[in-house]
Design a protein around this ligand. Sequence first.
Ligand code: AMP
Length: 302
Amino acid sequence: MSLLVIGSAAFDSIQTPSGSREKVIGGSGVYAACAASFFTPVRLVSVVGEDWPSAYTDRLRTRAIDLEGLEVRPGARTLAWSGRYFENLNDRETLDIRLNVMGEEYRPLVPESYRGSEFLLLANGSPVCHLDLLDKMAKKPRLTVADTMDFYIQNQPAPLRKLLPRIDGLILNDSEARLLAGEKNTITAARRILEMGPAFVIVKKGENGAFYLSRQAIRLIPAYPSEEVVDPTGAGDSFAGALMGALAASGRSDPESIIAAMARATVVAGYNVEGFSLERLETLTEKEIESRLAAFRTMITF
Ligand code: AMP
C-alpha cells in the first residue's frame, strides 16, 4: 500500500570518534525514505534550497523513491545541521542547526497524486508543518505515525499537543518522552503520552532497544548487537522509515504487525550506523536485511 514520508532533506556535518564528514546528504525525510524503500515504493515530501546538488537528488532517484514532492526553492538555502558524538556514541550535541528553507514559514507542497496515501510517516520536523500536511490529505490515512525530537518539544509545544490526537502512533527516544510528559520514569512518561492522543507510542532507548506501548500491551525489542558503529546519525529516522515501509508493504497496522515491523526497523537502523551519512544504506541489500533478521530472531527467542 502507498506510503508518504514527509521530513527534512539536509546538509549534515558530523564528527564521531571514527572521523568526520562535511555537508553530506542527510535529513529525517531522506533517511526515512531510503530505509522505507527497501520494503515498498515511497513518496517523499521535502524541500531544499538552490544550493542542493543535483547529484544528491540523483542518489535518491536510484531508489524506489518518488521525488515529485521534493521541492527545490529558488533563492533559498537547504537546512544544515551539524553535530558531534561523544565517545559512547549514544550521546551527541548539536553544534549548529540552520533551518533555512524549513524555517517557520515553510508549508509543504503536496502533489495531488500523494494525497490519497494510505500510510503516512511524519518524520522528524515541525509539528506546524505536519498539521498542514494532514489538512492537505484527501482522506485520513489508514496509519499515521509521527516522529519528534527535543527541538520541537521545546520550541513548538502547542502545535505538537494539537498534532498528538490526530496521529495513531508517536515515535521518540526515552529522554524526549520524559521531556514531553514531564515525568522521570520512561514507562510512566509513555503512558502519559498515550493520554495526549496517540493509540501507541514507540520509545527508542539507543543501544538498549525500544518498546511499544498501547493501552492494551507493552512489548520490548532489544537493539541489534552491533560492534561497528561509525555514525549514529539517522538511526532514529531509518528506524521510523523501515517500520513504516514494512507496514505499508504488508498492508497491515495491527499491533502484532507493528511489533514485527519494529524488528525489521531495528535491523535496518543497525546497518545504517555502520557508515557515515547514507553510505551503508546505499550498499545494503535485501538479502543482508533478511539474514540479519533471521539471526536477530534466534537471539530474542526463548
Ligand atoms: P537522528 O539521528 O535520527 O536523530 O536524525 C538526524 C537527522 O535529522 C540529520 O540528518 C539532520 O539533518 C536531521 N535534523 C536535525 N535537526 C532537525 C530539525 N530541527 N528538523 C528536521 N530535521 C532535523
